[in-house]
Design a protein around this ligand. Structure first.
Ligand code: SF4
Ligand code: SF4
Length: 432
C-alpha cells in the first residue's frame, strides 16, 4: 500500500464530486494521466471554485500526491474558460509540468466521460470507467482533502438560490441543514429546497437531514418555482405525461452520452411506457448507459415531459432484472462539439437567471448540539461502528471502520462529543 493510498484510506476520504467512491481504491490504480476535475458544471454551486481560490496550496499538494500514486506522467486541471482570473492565479503557482485544460461553459462538462474526451481525446468505452483509458479523475475537494491529510470531518457546501449572496463554507459532517440555515440566519418560510445542484439534485422537504461526504450544497427557491414542481412529479404523473411525447427526438439529439456515441435514446424510452415488462426491458437497454444528467427533461424536451425519470426508472428495472452495462467501443457523433448545452441557456431555461448572485467563501465556527453520522454515505458497505452509547469521543476520533475485506470508508467524530445512540443506520453524537 502506497503512502497516498494509506492517507486516503485512514482518513476516510471519498470522491467529493457526488459519487463518494472511496479514494484509496482509485489511487491504487495505475494511469498515465491524472485529471483534476474543476469543471463544476451544476449552475449555482461554487464550492470547487472557492476551494481553488482560497486553498490552492492544499489542492496542489493533493494533486501531486495523487498523480505520483497512480504514476501519471501527464497532469491536467480541467477548468472552465469563464474563470480567467482563477486560471491566471493557478498558472502563476503551478509547476510547468501541470497543464491547464480549458473547458467551454457547457453542461455537463464535469461528467467524467466528457471531461476525459475533451481533455485527452480518449474515449472511455461504453459501460467503462476512466481507468480503461489510462486516466484517473479526482474532484477538486477530494484533492484538497488528500493534501490536508487529516480525518475527513468537514464538507464544503454552497448555500445558494434565493439568498442575498451564495455562501460557500465548511460544515461539520452530520450537522443538519436546518441548523446550518439557522446559523446563517437564512429563513425557510415559503421556500423549497434542492439538495445538490439544480440539475442532478433532489427536492427535500426534511431539513433535518444531515450533511454527508457526498453533498455539495443546498439550492433554496421560492416554493412553487417551476424547477421544484418538475422535480417533484410523482411516478404516475411522469408516466401519464409520457403519452404526449411526439417523438421529436430532441432529447436524444442533445443527450451528452448519445453525442459521445453510447447510443442512449431517451425518446425510445418514452414509447416504452405503454409496453409490457419484457418488451420494455429489450427496448430500453440504452438506459444502462444514461449518466442521469437530467438534460433531456430540464433542457431538451419542448413538451415539458420527463424522459430523464423514465430513463432512471428503466435503468432500475434493467438492473433488477440482472442486466449489466456491457463494455463497447464508441465513436462520438459528428455533432459532438456543436450540440453541447451552454450553461447560460440552461440557466435561462431553468428559470434561475435571477438567482445567479454574487458568491463568496466564509469561515464560520459551527457548533451544533448534535450530529447524526450516517454509516452509509459512500459507495460500498456501510461503516461498522467502533463506539458504544455513552462513550466520550474527541474531535477527529474514529467512530466507524471499513468492514473487513469490503469496499467502504471510515468515519470520524467532527467535534468532541458523547455517543448518544448507535443503530443500523447512524451514530448520533451529543456535542460537548
Ligand atoms: S439523463 Fe437524459 S440527457 Fe442525460 S444521459 Fe440520461 S438520457 Fe441522456
Ligand atoms: S424531446 Fe420530449 S417530446 Fe421530443 S421525443 Fe423527447 S420526450 Fe418526446
Amino acid at each position: 500500500m502506497t503512502e497516498a493510498v494509506r492517507t486516503a484510506r485512514e482518513n476516510g476520504i471519498v470522491g467529493a464530486g457526488g459519487a463518494a467512491f472511496p479514494t484509496h481504491v482509485k489511487l491504487a490504480s495505475k494511469a498515465d494521466v491524472m485529471i483534476a476535475n474543476a469543471a463544476e458544471c451544476e449552475p449555482l454551486l461554487y464550492k470547487d471554485e472557492e476551494i481553488l481560490r482560497h486553498f490552492p496550496d492544499l489542492f496542489m499538494k493533493g494533486l501531486t500526491i495523487a498523480a505520483s500514486a497512480v504514476g501519471a506522467q501527464r497532469i491536467v486541471i480541467g477548468i472552465k474558460d469563464k474563470h480567467p482570473d482563477l486560471v491566471k492565479m493557478l498558472r502563476d503557482r503551478l509547476p510547468r509540468s501541470v497543464e491547464i485544460g480549458l473547458l467551454r461553459d457547457t453542461y455537463p462538462s464535469g461528467d467524467e466521460f466528457l471531461l476525459v474526451r475533451d481533455l485527452t481525446g480518449r474515449q472511455i468505452p461504453r459501460g467503462g470507467i476512466p481507468i480503461d483509458v489510462g486516466t484517473v479523475v479526482q474532484n477538486v475537494e477530494t484533492l484538497y482533502n488528500l493534501g490536508a491529510g487529516a480525518p475527513l470531518v468537514e464538507k464544503f457546501v454552497t448555500i445558494s438560490g434565493e439568498v442575498d449572496e451564495a455562501l460557500t463554507l465548511k460544515v461539520p459532517i452530520g450537522m443538519s441543514w436546518r441548523n446550518i440555515l439557522q446559523a446563517l440566519r437564512i429563513g425557510t418560510e415559503g421556500k423549497g429546497f434542492i439538495l445538490g445542484g439544480p440539475m442532478m439534485g433532489t427536492v427535500i422537504r426534511n431539513l433535518g437531514l444531515p450533511v454527508t461526504k457526498a453533498d455539495s450544497g443546498l439550492v433554496i427557491l421560492p416554493s412553487g418555482h417551476s424547477l421544484l414542481v418538475k422535480k417533484s412529479r410523482t411516478e404516475t404523473a411522469v408516466r401519464k405525461i409520457a403519452y404526449s411525447c411526439d417523438q421529436c427526438m430532441r432529447c436524444s439529439d442533445l443527450c451528452p452520452r448519445d453525442l459521445l456515441g453510447h447510443g442512449v435514446k431517451p425518446h425510445r424510452a418514452m414509447i416504452s411506457v405503454t409496453m409490457g415488462a419484457t418488451e420494455k426491458l429489450a427496448w430500453n437497454r440504452s438506459a444502462l448507459y444514461c449518466c442521469e444528467c437530467a438534460l433531456c427533461t430540464l433542457y431538451a424536451c419542448p413538451e415539458d415531459l420527463d424522459p430523464f425519470r423514465v430513463m432512471v426508472e428503466s435503468k432500475k428495472q434493467l438492473l433488477r432484472a440482472g442486466e449489466r452495462p456491457l463494455k463497447g467501443h464508441v465513436e462520438n457523433n459528428p455533432m459532438y462539439k456543436y450540440r453541447r448545452t451552454p450553461t447560460k441557456m440552461l440557466v435561462r431555461r431553468l428559470g434561475l437567471e435571477e438567482f445567479v448572485r454574487p458568491h463568496r467563501y466564509i469561515e464560520k465556527d459551527l457548533r451544533p448540539e448534535e450530529l447524526a453520522i450516517p454509516l452509509s454515505q459512500h459507495r460500498g458497505s456501510p461503516a461498522v461502528p467502533v463506539v458504544r452509547k455513552g462513550q466520550k469521543v474527541e474531535a477527529r476520533e474514529l467512530i466507524g471502520e471499513i468492514p473487513e475485506g469490503a469496499l467502504g470508508s471510515r468515519l470520524f467524530s467532527p467535534l468532541p462529543a458523547v455517543v448518544e445512540r448507535v443503530d443500523n443506520e447512524r451514530i448520533l453524537l451529543k456535542v460537548l
